[in-house]
Design a protein around this ligand. Structure first.
Ligand code: NDP
Ligand code: HSE
Length: 437
């Protein structure tokens, strides 16, 4: 007879329901792997009458989270409610009660992870979070274990499924932003507050965690530069294609001699790169290690079963460690806690990238010469150019340029000069370009 490990779920929505389903569907295979029979004994939700995506026949449903965190028979508490409170207090209480905790809550790990990991260590229990980043992709395991021989130089990823789904549907079907967002919500991909997805906050939470895993530093969410996809227009998606690029919402973390860059923003990626071809709800993280070179991890970034796959993998991992001494637990960020080192922040103004520029100008002689002169005077090279007449009768045109690599503050000051020309008729659009090499 296998020993039973009882699980309590805080939250029985998309991911909670998916977790119950995966545990039920694959129970034998999971037991063969971890040596225990996993039983979800209780689950907590707000609305007792709501229809669930899983069966609730074999579990006790409660609206009181204390029924779970104070149940002496529950060894593992899985937090799948989302949000800051009461999730944070409940996790801390569960840890204090000696329970191992699993969470998919990247917002909480990114903003309070340092405190939560310290609480787990002082209570000699595990706090696991594989499902918090990139849905079903085992990227925490890859960085923490599979790549532990490497110094990580940089990583770049599509780490928000909703955002990637929106950009893909806009590009392929010409769908309207709002319509695709509604679809993503219906499919269970979006956050409770979808501005987290479209304004890049969710991706920034994940990037912050990835950067700490990669470079061995404490979590520093406030340092992540964040831009969302809400200002990406169908016009720019089309022009990018014409230039041989795709616009993707990337999270980039890079270690340089000056410190660490952490940034999330729409990015032109050459079409021939694998990352440019990651579409829909799929996510991918490209990691450059100094021993292995570039490796890429691809899979569904959101959704019930995909995310449950990562939650259940954490359950299996914890079961495998139930009978070892707590001083043998893997450090949550892969580096020994006392070895975590803060690194200087490279601000976005100091970051060097190439740029896509879309300039609205009068269609008259000398305009292009004036623009190129300003760029040249600032030491900015032009790698490609397109000119588009978009207003049928007027004298307006759009000039699209790809620049060479330039420090951002230099580009910003050159653009201010261009915008002040009499021949410039509107604000410039600028999107960073990454070659990912
Ligand atoms: P849902 O909104 O689908 O589910 C949240 C669940 O928590 C619901 O069952 C809800 O109850 C319950 N809940 C919320 N607040 C309380 C409370 N105060 N007391 C009791 N129960 C509460 O969210 P998801 O499953 O989509 O997301 C859960 C977590 O997983 C979030 O942190 C999210 O960021 C993360 N995540 C989500 C992914 C996805 O694809 N959806 C992927 C990766 C991570 P009720 O059902 O009654 O409303
Ligand atoms: N809202 C998130 C996304 C869920 O769309 O990626 C997965 O973390």
């Amino acid at each position: 007879m296998l020993k039973v490990v009882k699980i309590g779920l805080l939250g029985l929505g998309t991911v909670g329901g998916g977790t119950v389903n995966v545990l039920e569907r694959n129970s034998q295979e999971i037991s063969r792997r971890c040596g225990y029979q996993i039983v979800v004994s209780k689950a907590c939700a707000r609305d007792m009458s709501r229809a669930r995506i899983c069966s609730t026949d074999s579990l006790q449903l409660t609206s009181n989270p204390d029924d779970i965190i104070n149940d002496p028979e529950i060894q593992i508490v899985v937090e799948l409610m989302g949000g800051e409170e009461p999730a944070k207090s409940l996790i801390l209480a569960a840890l204090a009660n000696g329970k191992h905790v699993i969470t998919a809550n990247k917002a909480l790990i990114a903003t309070h992870g340092n405190e939560l990991f310290a609480a787990a260590a002082s209570n000699k229990v595990i706090l696991a979070y594989e499902s918090a980043i990139a849905g079903g992709i085992p990227i925490v395991k890859a960085l923490r274990e599979g790549l532990s021989a490497n110094k990580i130089e940089w990583l770049a990823g599509i780490i928000n499924g909703t955002g990637n789904f929106i950009l893909t549907e806009m590009r392929d079907k010409g769908s309207a932003f709002e319509d695709v967002l509604k679809q993503a919500q219906q499919l269970g991909y979006a956050e409770a507050d979808p501005t987290f997805d479209v304004e890049g906050i969710d991706a920034a939470h994940k990037l912050c965690i990835l950067a700490s895993l990669a470079f061995g530093m404490p979590l520093n969410f406030e340092r992540v530069y964040t831009e969302g996809i809400s200002k990406v227009t169908p016009l720019d998606l089309t022009y990018a294609e014409e230039l041989g690029y795709r616009i993707k919402h990337l999270g980039v973390a890079r270690k340089t001699d000056d410190g660490v860059e952490m940034r999330v923003h729409p990015t032109l990626v050459p079409k021939k790169r694998l990352l440019a071809n990651v579409d829909g709800v799929m996510n991918a993280v490209l990691v450059k290690g100094n021993a292995v070179g570039a490796t890429m991890y691809y899979g569904p970034g959101a959704g019930a079963d995909a995310t449950a796959s990562a939650v259940v993998a954490d359950i299996v991992d914890i079961c495998r460690q139930l009978e070892i001494s707590s001083d043998q637990y893997l450090a949550p960020l892969g580096f020994l806690s006392e070895q975590l080192k803060d690194l200087p922040n490279v601000s976005i103004e100091q970051v060097k990238t190439a740029f896509y520029l879309r300039l609205s100008v009068l269609d008259k002689p000398g305009v292009m010469a004036a623009i190129t002169a300003i760029l040249a005077n600032n030491g900015i090279s032009i790698e490609a150019a397109l000119q588009k007449e978009i207003e049928q009768h007027g004298a307006n045109t759009q000039v699209i340029l790809l620049t060479g690599s330039v420090v951002e503050q230099l580009l910003v000051s050159a653009l201010a000069e261009i915008e002040s020309l009499d021949s410039t008729t509107g604000p410039a659009v600028r999107i960073r370009v990454e070659s990912l090499q």
